[in-house]
Design a binder for this molecule. Structure first.
Ligand code: UDX
Ligand code: UDX
Ligand code: ADP
Length: 469
């Protein structure tokens, strides 16, 4: 089957870049990305490419080439569904904030709404592709909804999880480690899988395109994220041990990473992992394990989250303790709010939780992040519901300039590893700070020796100060 029209429901961090690259590489397929959020669609259509709703290196060039040629962004959801032979569902699946599974299970409300919309509109056979990360067996739920339309339309459901990481989305899409496609083990299922394989094969070598059954594909996505997050929590657990024993976590990472069975990636100790996927996917895994009565499996993975929570709180507590056990009324500067560099995404960012803990101690925080808006920062804090929006705005300020942010500060905390932080004039920052001036480097990006030579009380993660100052 040759696909000529694709529709993608959801123009977010996954749907937007994925469909842009897919359209770029398949000029003969018309790709329409739809979203109910009018503002978001307007931003995707903005003639000024700097106004695209998400920031990803390289995305502008891809959109510039494909948009208007065979890539379209629109709010006309039903029309796009009707015209497409293949529909990707790429809507958000946040952790539930209410009812059964609250705080753990994925909220499938948006997925179900999308499926119902497809069921309502479809007049011809369709292949429906799950792109959002979902709990195992969601495909079955989508199928149940679609198979009861009663209008004779046939649906094939595929699972095609996205493995792109934010900040490197375009690179990851252009040259992925693998593409995973799960489908039904029937003739129709195989035909649907082949149709999707052909689309990816226009730019990805066939040996990197894996096909499995639907459940393996859905589970692999959760497991990949759980394993990656587990590495970060593992090295962060070791970072605390390093701090008390005098070992250096960077040296430990390097030494273990050279074991080819372990490998060097994802061993960077930090203030804690964030992002929309890691925590959500592990919680999902834990929830599924629990729902099948697998207590030990659930407890094992839950520990990855508990360790991550501990790392964030430990960072905040260390700031308080080093600032003579009180930060009340003291200015603390946050460099970075995004959950990692090269993205404006702040979902589950460690910065939010560290800020919340310090605000509880009545610190006065000033934040500078090169890509995150003031509006976003306040929205993140307000979402926690710890204190009133007015109180959040009174205690936390957002600066547009890093030097302004650091002026008269008691301590600078680095929460995101933005490259530009390394090239700041740290002497100048030191001059304008309250002495003794502290730097808490939550990403280990600065050089400890030069920071100490300038005069800072410099603290990094996983490196003991036992033999220094
Ligand atoms: C291990 C380390 O590999 C080695 O670097 C260290 O010096 C000593 O400890 P060893 O115990 O000889 O070596 O064997 P290893 O191959 O690591 O296997 C350990 C156990 O894990 C075995 O029982 C093996 O069957 C099991 N294993 C290993 C698995 O069950 N699955 C795997 O994928 C790998
Ligand atoms: C992740 C997966 O990498 C990706 O495959 C999946 O599709 C979505 O989830 P993402 O959340 O965008 O991608 O970013 P990632 O680079 O994985 O980083 C996640 C978090 O872990 C960040 O907060 C990052 O700072 C942190 N991290 C990562 C570390 O603290 N140390 C590391 O060594 C690596
Ligand atoms: P992700 O990181 O998974 O891409 P985002 O929140 O960035 O998540 O994007 C998901 C997008 O899906 C949002 O822009 C949201 O408005 C959109 N969306 C959710 N439900 C629907 C729906 N029923 N129809 C169209 N778009 C939807």
């Amino acid at each position: 089957m040759r696909i000529k029209n694709i529709c993608c429901i959801g123009a977010g961090y996954v749907g937007g870049p994925t469909m842009s690259v897919l359209a770029l590489k398949n000029p003969n397929i018309r790709v329409t990305v739809v979203d109910i959020n009018e503002e978001r669609i307007a931003a995707w259509n903005d003639s000024e490419l700097d106004n695209l709703p998400i920031y990803e290196p390289g995305l502008k060039d891809v959109v510039k080439e494909a948009r208007g040629r065979n890539l379209f962004f629109t709010t006309e959801v039903e029309k796009a569904i009707d015209e497409a032979e293949m529909i990707f569902i790429s809507v958000n699946t946040p952790t539930k904030t209410y009812g059964k599974g609250k705080g753990m299970a994925a909220d499938l409300k948006y997925i179900e709404l999308s499926a119902r919309q497809i069921a309502k509109v479809a007049k011809s056979d369709k292949i429906v592709v799950e792109k959002s990360t979902l709990p195992v067996r969601t495909a079955q739920a989508i199928k149940d909804i679609l198979d009861h339309t009663g209008n004779g339309v046939r649906f094939q459901i595929l699972s095609n999880p996205e493995f792109l990481a934010e900040g490197t989305a375009i690179q990851d899409l252009m040259d992925p480690d693998r593409v995973l496609i799960g489908g039904e083990e029937s003739d129709d299922g195989k035909e649907a899988i082949d149709a999707l394989v052909d689309i990816y094969a226009t730019w990805i070598p066939k040996e990197k395109i894996l096909t499995t059954n639907v459940w393996s594909s859905e589970l692999s996505k959760l497991v990949a994220n759980a394993f990656l997050a587990q590495r970060v929590s593992s090295i962060n657990a070791i970072s605390e041990l390093c701090e008390v024993t005098g070992a250096d976590v960077r040296e430990v990472s390097r030494a273990i990473g050279m074991d080819s069975r372990i490998g060097p990636k994802f061993l960077q100790s930090s203030v804690g992992f964030g992002g929309s996927c890691f925590q959500k996917d592990i919680l999902n895994l834990v929830y599924i394990a629990k729902s099948y009565g697998l207590k030990e499996v659930a407890d094992y993975w839950e520990q990855v989250i508990l360790m991550n929570d501990h790392q964030k709180i430990r960072f905040a507590e260390n700031i308080v303790s080093k600032l003579y056990n009180t930060v009340s009324g003291k200015k603390i500067t946050f460099l970075g709010w995004a959950f990692k560099k090269d993205t404006n995404d702040t979902r589950e960012s460690a910065a939010i939780y560290v800020a919340d803990a310090l605000l509880n101690e009545q610190a006065e925080i000033t934040v500078y992040d090169p890509k995150v808006s003031e509006e976003r920062i306040y929205a993140d804090l307000d979402y926690l519901n710890t204190r009133s929006p007015e109180e959040n705005r009174r205690l936390l300020k957002v600066a547009l300039n890093p030097y302004q942010a650091c002026k008269s500060t008691h301590a600078v905390a680095i929460l995101t590893e933005w490259d530009e932080f390394k090239s700041y004039n740290w002497e100048k920052i030191y001059e304008s700070a309250v002495k003794p001036a502290f730097v808490f480097d939550g990403r280990n990006i600065l050089d400890s020796q030069s920071m100490r030579e300038i005069g800072f009380q410099y603290q990094s993660i996983g490196i003991s100060n036992l033999n220094k100052i």
